[in-house]
Design a protein around this ligand. Structure first.
Ligand SMILES: Cc1cc2nc3c(=O)[nH]c(=O)nc-3n(C[C@H](O)[C@H](O)[C@H](O)COP(=O)(O)O)c2cc1C
Length: 363
């Protein structure tokens, strides 16, 4: 391997290459994670959309499929987060990744038991905060990234965060990566590797149904939108009919549209009107959202599952990065990782004015 790819991230994660497959809810299960880790990158199980028991099974299944290291992504605000962290410790999982930074006591608990902590952040001020709390790596997601996302693009957020971190821990660049040139550009900015969600979702190893992958592949770079109308937080998704309807609704029409959608999707969610009202009221109190968003938020997790796992495109919630628009194939995770590394090495040689491949022969 080209020496420039042997970064501090590789050392921290115990992977062969400085590439991370992120913990995508409903997508990053044992098959994808083990295929990624077997390919020499670092796979992360998405546990935020799993029950505790499902996580136990997912870890066991991943271990059956790979002896390479892998991590687990968690919600720091989950009711049973402590129990999940104890499971990680018992199972010898080397890295816990978090959608939002965990509190200091959870970080201390993980450190006391030898587990590394890698939160995702989407703003410079969050980098300053988590550095104070003592994390082991920071995953920086620029605005073009998939799922919940910020507004600053990777090309601006990454150098800002690299400067804040000042080399104290590895910075992992995320949001918009799909090839070896991107990996080299991230290293040039001072990152120690890249993390990809959408690119790994679009591999033959991800369990997303074929029709849904086809819908992703048919989406262009302008076919996504960041909306708060789904669950209150900025969320990048494919601009489906449902999303367009919710996003374009005025304050007057938003509530009837949300009620109409909730009624339409009751066949998937199985929630009774009373249950929906109860959950909605609790959410309204907790998050102070407009009513239309409260009504949709109660349905979103199920609608995302119905779309991503069961392949029902009518449910229409497809989280994605903008990078979806430049992806046109479904390689295996192994083919993808090998291709990115080969491209990165060729790029590094080109920048050094050498014949592609020469640096590998020398090292
Ligand atoms: C379908 C999907 C589900 C996601 N779910 C989660 C999640 O559960 N936890 C999390 O920390 N990030 C989640 N993300 C964000 C990704 O982990 C990752 O940071 C992002 O996809 C990077 O941008 P990219 O898609 O341009 O590679 C999700 C992204 C997608 C596309």
């Amino acid at each position: 391997m080209h020496p420039a790819l042997n970064t501090s991230l590789v050392e921290l994660l115990g992977s062969r290459y400085p590439i991370v497959q992120t913990g995508m809810g409903w997508v990053a299960g044992p098959k994808l994670v083990s295929a990624t880790s077997n390919a020499g990158a670092f796979g992360i199980i998405a546990s935020a959309t799993m029950t505790y028991d499902e996580l136990v099974v997912a870890i066991a299944e991943t271990k059956r499929r790979t002896t390479a290291p892998f991590g687990v992504n968690l919600r720091a605000d989950a009711d049973d987060v402590r129990q999940r962290l104890e499971l990680l410790v018992r199972e010898g999982i080397p890295v816990a990744s978090f959608a939002q930074a965990p509190k200091k006591d959870l970080i201390d608990y993980l450190h006391d038991h030898g587990v590394k902590v890698m939160p995702s952040i989407g703003a410079k001020r969050h980098a300053e905060k988590v550095m104070e709390w003592g994390v082991d790596a920071i995953l920086v997601q620029g605005g073009e990234g998939g799922g919940h996302t910020g507004s600053v693009p990777t090309s601006l957020l990454l150098p800002e965060v690299v400067d804040v971190v000042g080399g104290r821990v590895p910075v992992v660049a995320a949001g918009g990566y799909f090839d070896g040139r991107g990996l080299v550009s991230a290293l040039a900015y001072g990152a120690s590797g890249i993390a990809m969600g959408t690119r790994f979702l679009l591999t033959s190893d991800s369990a997303v149904p074929a029709d849904v992958k086809k819908a992703y592949l048919g989406t262009g770079v302008t076919g996504t939108v960041v909306t708060t109308k789904i669950d209150g937080a900025p969320h990048r998704v494919i601009r489906t009919d449902l999303v367009e309807q919710m996003d374009g609704a005025s304050p007057i029409t938003a509530v009837p549209k949300a009620v109409f959608n909730a009624a339409k999707f009751r066949k998937y969610t199985g929630l009774s009107w009373i249950q929906m009202a109860r959950e909605g009221l609790a959410m309204k109190k907790r998050m102070d959202l407009p009513w239309a968003e409260v009504i949709m938020a109660g349905n979103t997790p199920i609608l995302t599952k119905v779309t991503l796992c069961d392949g029902d495109l009518e449910a229409g919630i497809l989280p994605t990065g903008q990078v979806v628009g430049v992806i046109g194939d479904l390689p295996t995770a192994d083919e993808l990782v090998s291709r990115i590394i080969a491209e990165a090495e060729a790029t590094l040689d080109r920048l050094a004015g050498r014949t592609p491949g020469s640096s590998i022969q020398e090292s």
